[in-house]
Ligand binder design. Structure first.
Ligand SMILES: C[S@@+](CC[C@H](N)C(=O)[O-])C[C@H]1O[C@@H](n2cnc3c(N)ncnc32)[C@H](O)[C@@H]1O
Length: 316
């Protein structure tokens, strides 16, 4: 059975209700990592669209409480996209940053999360990334790079001169993953897809859990949705806690957490390469940029043809 209210030392809690109410039960410095994707205020089924000012006031209250329950060595990761109003976009990280700054948080990275699925826009370029602001509470923060290293581009490369000649020039454990993360979003036939419209991929949260916490630390998500942050925490031997307001999503979150505890939850494995329809031999990938006959005008426009190849998913 999944625990339903805050209990010190519980491995997993999925609380049904407002995150501010849950945080009132939590002592100071209880969580090592706060990771979340708040409502974006764009009229999703689970949100009532507010003015930007009211939205920011609401976010301020949540952020203030998150800072209180965060350990001194802890981190807050706030994942957001754009607020869209009459076709104009407001990148939410830009307007939220001053709130975190007001509470003394220190920005370590602004991570760009790039994905390929999404709505096709007709009056602006389609949005294909969102960001994660990673803040720490102090300068003395946990950061474990080794568990999240990714393969080197040239793993066998060696120093060709100097005192280290002949030795591997890169770290054999892999390289730092950088601040642009290419991880598929949870849409259509993604193995993790539930009825929730905007789930985190488990892999995205796992990377933060592994790098910013140690085993048995508490990972907290104030806007838990389908339960991904608790699932990711449990998968990595941490404790997970989250609040979710909508009863339907609470039910999904509790089911996923229970399935994770039973070892039955299907997830996309970390480091699995992004699906490439051409490599996979899909017959649906024909596109007009690939035909061999190109007019002289097209050639002059294209010059280096390869540079102009576009994704077959683009609107044309
Ligand atoms: C962007 S979604 C989060 C999705 C989540 N990252 C996942 O992997 O499923 C935001 C969620 O916050 C919930 N929510 C909105 N206001 C809330 C509040 N005050 N307390 C708790 N949950 C809230 C919404 O119902 C929605 O499911």
């Amino acid at each position: 059975m999944v625990t339903t209210s805050y209990v010190h030392d519980a491995d997993e809690v999925v609380y049904a209700g407002d995150c501010l109410a849950l945080m009132r039960d939590m002592p100071n410095a209880a969580a090592q990592l706060v990771i979340t994707s708040p409502p974006y205020n764009i009229g999703k089924p689970y949100e009532r669209k507010l003015s930007l000012k009211d939205y920011l006031e609401q976010q301020t209250k949540v952020i203030e409480s998150c800072v209180r329950i965060l350990a001194p060595t802890g981190s807050i990761c706030w994942q957001v996209g754009n607020f869209v109003d009459k076709g104009q976009i407001v990148p939410l990280d830009i307007v939220l940053y001053p709130i975190f700054e007001k509470y003394g948080l220190q920005l370590r990275n602004r991570i760009v999360w790039h994905f390929e699925h999404g709505l096709h826009c007709s009056k602006r370029f389609s949005g294909r990334y969102e960001t994660v602001l990673w803040f720490t509470k102090t300068e003395d923060y946990k950061f474990n790079l080794d568990p999240v290293r990714v393969p080197q581009k040239y793993p066998g490369k060696r120093h060709f001169k100097g005192p280290k000649v002949g030795e591997l020039s890169g770290n054999p454990l892999g390289k730092n993953p950088g601040d642009v993360w290419i991880i598929p979003n949870v849409k259509s036939n993604h193995v993790e897809k539930t009825a929730h419209p905007c789930q985190f991929p488990v892999e995205l949260v796992e990377r933060f859990v592994l790098s910013l916490t140690d085993e048995n630390d508490l990972v907290f998500d104030p806007f838990l949705g389908s339960g991904t942050s608790v699932v990711a925490a449990l998968r990595q031997g941490r404790r997970g806690l989250g609040a979710e307001l909508a009863p339907d999503y609470v039910a999904i979150a509790r089911t996923r957490v229970a399935e994770q505890l039973a070892g039955r939850l299907a997830t996309r494995p970390m480091h699995k390469p992004v699906f490439d329809p051409e490599d996979a031999g899909s017959s649906l990938t024909t596109n007009r940029w690939k035909i061999p006959e190109v007019s002289a005008l097209q050639l002059s426009l294209m010059q280096k043809r390869a540079m102009y190849e576009v994704s077959p998913h683009e609107d044309i």
